[in-house]
Design a protein around this ligand. Sequence first.
Ligand SMILES: C[S@@+](CC[C@H](N)C(=O)[O-])C[C@H]1O[C@@H](n2cnc3c(N)ncnc32)[C@H](O)[C@@H]1O
Length: 284
Amino acid sequence: MEFAYSLVQLANGTTSIRSLAEGETFHPVIGPVAEAEALYVRQLRLAERLAASTDAEWVLWDVGLGSAANVTTALRHLADIPKVLRIVSFDHTLEPLRFARDHAQELGYPVGFEEAFGALLERQHCEFTHGRLSVTWQAEVSDFPARLESTAPLPAPHALFYDAYSPARNPSMWTLPLFRRLFGRLDPERPCALATYSRATLLRTTLLRAGFVVGAGEATGEKEETTLASNTPSLIPRPLGPDWLGRALRSTSAEPLESAVYRQAPLSEATRAALVDHPQFRPV
Ligand SMILES: C[S@@+](CC[C@H](N)C(=O)[O-])C[C@H]1O[C@@H](n2cnc3c(N)ncnc32)[C@H](O)[C@@H]1O
């Protein structure tokens, strides 16, 4: 696969990266750092949860490593916490990371992490301290759906950034079989929250069908709402309720994707029945 990237100036004056081959701009609305702060750092309550954790290490999955804007922003916010953070980043290419390292000054967020980026590029692994935080960072360079299908072990996450391109552009990253496997990788004894930028009904029905509790996420820039999902209701402050379910039952684009082919369809009878029966919508 051929990958090429360029710098782009966003309307608000910040600089981001554009994948020329895929025709996609990373963090196109409010820019890389502001999006990472609003979407992942704040609403996943990373600092608070990491500081309170008594586990030997705290595991963060970063799906769609790209140029590592999300991870570097998170690290800056966690620098004062004397804990061990293990980051597992997934991407099928490290070329955006290389591009970001080579354009660190223009982008800003890679500055100070050039050595870590270099180690990831060279051996897909690095260890360093960032302030009081001890960091172990590994890059899993493969097709993410295929990686989840493999039996090779992965540490169960406490938090997960889900930053793939949109379902229409990148359907293989948004199928129900993939999210079922992802849910299967969680440790039922380890509360985990996932955040993603989309609020699409199709995404939310997929997460619900995969076993997650699903809630409305905070606004980020022009997106008035995002999505939070978890294996425990305690990490979901605004769970989707009956109003949302009513809209999903009437929606023309709600049925989860079974395969990596994007299509829009209303809910099937089987999905309707499963959603109505989801514990999240059962009256207490
Ligand atoms: C929106 S970008 C991620 C931006 C990134 N989080 C950052 O902070 O710069 C989406 C990323 O998903 C990766 N990607 C797309 N399809 C993939 C797949 N099937 N498996 C693994 N990674 C994939 C792309 O290479 C790209 O880097």
